[in-house]
Design a binder for this molecule. Sequence first.
Ligand code: DHK
Length: 214
Amino acid sequence: MRTVLVLNGPNLNLLGTREPSIYGSATLTDVERMCHDEAGKLGLMVDFRQSNHEGQLIDWIQEAGPECAAGRLLGAVLNPGALTHTSLALHDAIKAADLPVVELHISNVHAREELRRHSFVSPAARGIVVGFGVAGYPLAIRGLYDAVRSAEAIPTSASEGVPEEHPRRSPGGTTTTGSTRPQTTSPTRSSDHHRLRLHPETAPPARRDLPGRA
Ligand code: DHK
């Protein structure tokens, strides 16, 4: 069973009492429970952590890279707290680890002070969830799961015809495989590859002609 890492940065240990008009009344323990509930529905485990220290978050991201490459970790949901707006080092760590990350903010940072509108993390993130309160955590887990599964369903040119284990592209352009991840699709013929480019759960609905149009 694969794990999703959920990382929380500075001051998020104070959730529940910290500026509740902005961050709500749920505690970080409540959020952890929500993450476990959502991950359970997806057949994932959760590794939920919080630190007030930038270096600790960077160490965890660095350690997550090989776990992800080995197929034991799906990726990470990261609420970097205020480090969002200051930390090029977090950006670099995500890139260096080649880690799929969903950046998450409880509040809508774009509707707050100007200084919260810039994120060093966003350019390194696979996706961003902003402004849904703590309900964003399960949304981010779901989004990460769908994004990673969609990417895994797209064969690389190096993997054409070798589909039993879904390869993951490593930074050097070679591929690594992980055998522990849950597989819901298993392309066995090259003719299946085109069909798998859009994951059924994430594919946009079929376009319908507007009423009255020929
Ligand atoms: C949390 C923080 O601690 C702030 O520094 C960010 C973010 C916003 C949040 O909304 O989760 O600016």
